[in-house]
Structures are given as C-alpha cells and as structure tokens.
Design a protein around this ligand. Structure first.
Ligand code: ADP
Ligand code: MG
Length: 344
C-alpha cells in the first residue's frame, strides 16, 4: 500500500470540525482561530522501545501518542482543538494503521480534536504529534507563576506506569535468565524490588496506566483561573516539579506520605520502591500545580466537579530544589530524579 493510500485511509476516518477551513489533502491545513483566543501549540514524539515497549498494541500507541500531547495542553489550561500526525513506520501495514487509528481517534473524539494533517514516511517506528489548543488571551497556566507558600497539588495517583515498566523489564530479565520457565502472565520476582507473585489483575491495571494515560483536560481548563503554575508529570514528579521550581525561582517541599497511590500500586510494590516510582518514575501524565492556600475550597469543588482526585502533596518554599520529608521530618531524595534523554 503506497503513501497516498495510507493517507487516504487516515483521511477517510477523520471526523469534521466546524472551524477547520481546510483539513487533510492540501499542502497545509487552515483553521479559524477566534479573535479573543491565543493558540497553544505543543509537540511530542514517541519512539518504539523508548516511549513505549515494543509489544505495545497499535491502538495503545495511537492513544498514547495523542494523550501525551493533550496532557501538555491540559497543563497549560488550554482547550484542545486540532492536531497533526507525523508517522514513520517500517512497513506499509494497513492493519497496524487501522489499529493505531482506533486508539488515536477514540481519544481525539473524546476531546473533539480534529486531525488536520501530517506526514507519512517509511522508517523506524516513530510517531510525532503536534497538538493545538486555545486559551483566553493571557490566561495560559505557566511554569513560572508559583508563589512562595503555595500549596503543591497533584491529580490522580502516581507511580503506576513506572511500576508497570519495571515489572515488564523484570519479566524480560527472568525470561532471558531461565528459558525453561517461560513467563506465564505473572510478574516473576527476580530482584528484591517488586512483591512476589503479584496478581495478574494488578499487573494488567498498572500496564493500563502505562499504555492509556488519561490527559487531565477538564481539570486543566478549570485550573486556568485558580492555579499559579502547572506542569504535567511525564518525566517524574521530582524532575517536573523541579522545572516549576527553577522557572519560578523557588523550592518545593514534598510530604512523602501524602503522595497518592492506586490500590494496585499498594498491592504490587513494596513501600520504599513505591516511593521511588512515585517521585521519579514518570509517565504518569497527571497534573502537578501550585495554588494559593486561600483557594483550597475551590480546588475541592473542582475535584468533585471533574471527578478527579486532587491531593495536596506539599508547598512551595524559598529555595532552589525539590526535597522530600517523611512523617518523622527526615529528608529524602529519590535514587534518580527522573527520565532524561541522552543522560547515559
Ligand atoms: P506534501 O508532500 O505537500 O507535504 P503529503 O503528501 O506529505 O504532502 O501529504 C498530503 C496531505 O496528507 C497533507 O494535507 C498532509 O497534511 C496529509 N497527511 C500526510 N500524512 C498524514 C498523516 N499521517 N496524518 C494526517 N494527515 C496526513
Ligand atoms: Mg509532507
């Protein structure tokens, strides 16, 4: 199947959006931007084996490649509107493409996002999505607005995706080490890190967090009026909250016991490892934001309204870095702070 057949396969499945003047098919797309809005633009690339395990289902790759971008728009308090898709694939595989589009368009439809263009090439599997969103002029939530004394909040729970990834790599190592006992769906214990005999349902739920992150779009829109600073957690809490600290010229103190855990993480991972996954694992795609102590009641009602758990995990302080404190007041730092490309 040639490039233009693949593009036609994509085009035929893309729903219309009223403000798309010209979508897929010309040299570039044309969209209408309302006069009182600003355009918010972000791009994220997903490479096979780096941003998703090689065995990831095509639909999950499609979902995630859009989700990570919508998560960036959410962190800015933007309403997603349009996106483009740059697809590098090793073979002209229509079945793979259909699966990919199932996941991609499912999420696009949930948020009313129109796919308006892209590029299709042959090469190693790599997906690059650019997303465009809208904010009221001057109302984007930035990293540099945090104030000393602000509460630090996080949405949902942290650490599930990192746990899933660690279990996958342990299972891989176990398979390599022992060809006579192939993995049977249970994460095999090969290091003291993860709990022995984790239930398959727990592994499945954790894996779902890795493969199908839920961008916090509705929450981000509500936060536009409330938050002083926001970021989405892609590389890890320490790393990403660290960006807010640097941009705002402040430090942050995180109460370790306040970090929210899913029941699956509690079941699947011991406490000390769990803490590292939550602080530095990454791939959470939750929002971390800072807000004045005075808006706690509004934040409680946003949590109720959006059906999103919002947890106060610490506060912004004078200083330059993120530090953790345990229940006894002891200082703690994760064993690594987060994912950094080109760091090894
Ligand atoms: P050009 O050579 O002018 O860049 P292309 O042949 O690459 O045009 O693309 C033709 C049309 O198909 C363009 O409108 C482009 O945006 C769209 N397109 C190409 N690949 C994709 C894709 N993966 N997803 C969405 N639209 C695509
Ligand atoms: Mg092109």
């Amino acid at each position: 199947m040639a490039e233009f057949d693949l593009i036609e396969r994509i085009r035929s499945r893309v729903p219309a959006r009223e403000d798309v003047v010209l979508g897929i098919g010309d040299d570039a797309a044309v969209v209408r931007v309302p006069a009182d809005r600003q355009l918010v633009v972000c791009t994220d690339t997903l490479n096979a084996g780096v941003h998703f395990p090689h065995d990831t289902a095509p639909a999950d790759i499609g979902w995630k490649s859009l989700a990570v971008n919508l998560s960036d728009l959410a962190a800015m308090g933007a309403q997603p509107a349009w996106c483009t898709l740059s697809l590098s694939m090793p073979a002209d595989d229509p079945a793979w493409l259909d699966g990919f589009l199932d996941g991609f368009l499912e999420l696009a439809q949930q948020h009313g996002v129109a796919l308006i263009g892209g590029d299709t090439t042959r090469g190693p599997l790599s997906i690059s999505v650019t997303a465009h969103g809208l904010v009221q002029a001057g109302c984007a939530v930035r990293r540099d607005g945090a104030q000393a004394g602000d509460d630090v909040w996080v949405s949902g729970t942290l650490g599930d995706a990192a746990a899933a990834l660690a279990m996958l790599s342990e299972a891989d190592h176990a398979r390599e080490a022992s060809t006579s006992s192939p993995a049977n769906g249970r994460a095999t214990q090969t290091t003291p890190h993860l709990q022995v005999g984790v239930e398959p349902t727990v592994v499945t739920r954790l894996r779902q967090r890795l493969d199908r992150p839920q961008p916090r779009v509705a929450l981000g829109l509500q936060l536009a009026d409330i938050a002083n600073a926001a970021i989405d957690i892609s590389d890890g809490l320490w790393s990403d909250l660290g960006h807010v600290c640097r941009a705002s010229g402040l430090g942050a103190v995180v109460e370790l016991d306040a970090l929210p855990s899913s029941p699956w993480l509690m079941q699947g991972v011991d406490a000390d490892v769990r803490r590292n996954f939550q602080a530095a694992g990454g791939d959470d795609y939750e929002l971390c934001f800072t807000a004045s102590v005075s808006v706690r009641p509004q934040i409680a009602s946003i949590a109720a309204q959006t059906g999103t758990a919002l947890t106060r995990i610490g506060r912004m302080v004078r200083g330059v870095e993120v530090s953790g404190v345990d229940a006894g007041g002891g200082r703690w730092q994760p064993s690594r702070t987060g994912w950094v490309h080109f760091s090894d």
